[in-house]
Ligand binder design. Structure first.
Ligand SMILES: Cc1cc2nc3c(=O)[nH]c(=O)nc-3n(C[C@H](O)[C@H](O)[C@H](O)COP(=O)(O)OP(=O)(O)OC[C@H]3O[C@@H](n4cnc5c(N)ncnc54)[C@H](O)[C@@H]3O)c2cc1C
Length: 396
């Protein structure tokens, strides 16, 4: 039986492990945490991410956990629309919002019996010799397999060893996410209930309603972004700062912040890889090592594409190795993975960097240029179904 070791039980690792197992691989999933756990937030599944999930597991029941994402438009802090909401075209899957607890549950349910999960294992080493099988180790044990999938996030020690040129750098932003549960969410006027995006000078606030079937029976998910370093203060102080920074913004920004508790808050420094690894594939032994998800292409969250791209990675890998036997065939499939994924992810990274400049715009001239640029960025900002980032189709 073909064997794979997947390192990291985040969204990329869970998706890849389940897909390989369904194709008959025996998979060992290694996670440094004591359990597989979702952060208490949500995310947007753009059409490309939804197609990738369907390709990974057509029976995954994704539609049951995802609520359609209303188009709330893009506003200025005073509430004036920079881009008015519009009806999304009907073709293809619509963007959707999903609570991460629901998404993780669905991914874990899809692992099946061919995946052995080992938690509390922190990988620190990778071994790639020309003729022997690749292996990863935690300082005590080495785990070898025909295929090693590094899905261990932005700080991946595997990538660090194999592609040291890709360096983790701060993007110049801090982000805060929270889900305000339904029972505490403020009652919103109909024109506010759709949520949407607001761009200020160096600040951004995005909110969206979770479906009534989501974990905790829905509520509202929001993400605030501010140019600058992450804050060192405890969550209660950070929340007070957010309330102050966004105080004069149009409703429901203030109402949502007021309904948030410090324990809801997930603060984060926004980081990225610069440059991207020179390769996502490292052929060796009977197969090789591939980089997936943030381990390969961590980027700022402005386009909300990180997890969607991770699902694309997993769907592409799955299709390339579906029937490949260990040896020359699997080695060739490993190399093909890099050719299939690097140009695609590099192009989304370029679009994200453009968006970083938009969010960072401060000062009158920069803001005027930013507002003018919104016209051309509109498809990406609003997740228009025809936006190039969302246009990806799974391999046959
Ligand atoms: C504010 C914000 C909003 C976002 N919004 C969206 C969105 O709307 N849509 C979207 O598609 N994306 C979004 N993203 C991006 C998305 O969250 C990430 O791209 C995604 O979580 C990456 O998943 P991953 O599995 O690659 O990495 P991770 O989630 O980092 O998972 C890595 C896993 O590997 C484990 N691990 C790490 N090191 C080791 C080790 N040495 N040994 C063993 N295990 C290890 C970790 O514990 C973890 O479980 C957003 C990101 C942010 C910050």
């Amino acid at each position: 039986m073909r064997t794979a070791v997947v390192v990291g039980a985040g969204m990329a690792g869970l998706a890849a492990a389940g897909a390989l197992a369904r194709d008959g691989w025996r998979v060992t999933l290694l996670e440094r945490g004591e359990r597989v756990a979702a952060p208490p937030t949500a995310l947007v599944l753009w059409p490309n991410g939804r197609r990738a999930l369907d390709a990974l597991d057509p029976d995954g029941g994704w539609s049951a956990i995802a609520a359609p994402l209303p188009d709330g438009g893009v506003r200025r802090p005073d509430g004036q629309f920079l881009v008015a909401p519009h009806t999304r075209p009907g073709a293809g899957p619509a963007p959707a919002v999903v609570h991460l607890e629901d998404l993780y549950d669905a991914l874990v349910a899809g692992l099946g019996e061919n995946v052995e999960i080992r938690t509390g294992v922190e990988i620190t080493k990778v071994r790639t010799h020309r003729v022997t099988r690749p292996a990863v180790g935690d300082g005590r044990v080495f785990y070898d397999a025909d295929l090693i999938v590094a899905a261990d996030g932005i700080d991946s020690p595997i990538r660090h060893a194999l592609a040291p040129e890709a360096v983790v750098v701060g993007s110049g932003f801090a982000a805060w996410q929270a889900v305000v549960p339904a029972f505490r969410a403020p009652a919103l006027a109909p024109d506010q209930a759709a949520g949407g995006e607001t761009l200020g000078a160096g600040y951004r606030f995005v909110s969206m309603p979770l479906g009534g079937r989501a974990a905790g029976r829905g509520g509202v998910y929001w993400v605030a972004t501010a140019a600058g370093a992450p804050r060192p203060e405890p969550p209660a102080t950070q929340l007070a700062l957010l309330c102050r920074w966004f105080a004069a913004w149009h409703p429901p920004v203030g109402e949502l912040l007021a309904a948030t508790r410090p324990e809801d808050l997930v603060p984060q420094e926004v980081r990225e890889l610069r440059p991207l690894p020179r390769s996502y594939s490292f052929r060796c032994g009977t197969g090789g090592v591939v980089l997936l998800g943030d381990a390969a292409h961590a980027m700022p969250h402005h386009l909300g594409q990180g997890a969607c791209l991770a699902f694309e990675d997993a769907a592409t890998l799955r299709s390339l190795v579906a029937t490949a036997e260990p040896g020359a065939e699997l080695g060739a499939a490993v190399e093909q993975y890099d050719r299939a994924r690097r140009p695609r992810t590099a192009s989304v990274v370029r679009q994200t960097r453009r968006m970083s400049a938009v969010v960072q715009a401060r000062g009158r001239l920069a803001l005027r240029a930013r507002n003018a640029a919104l016209g051309s960025l509109r498809p990406r900002i609003l997740g228009h179904a025809h936006g190039s980032a969302a246009d990806w189709q799974p391999p046959e």
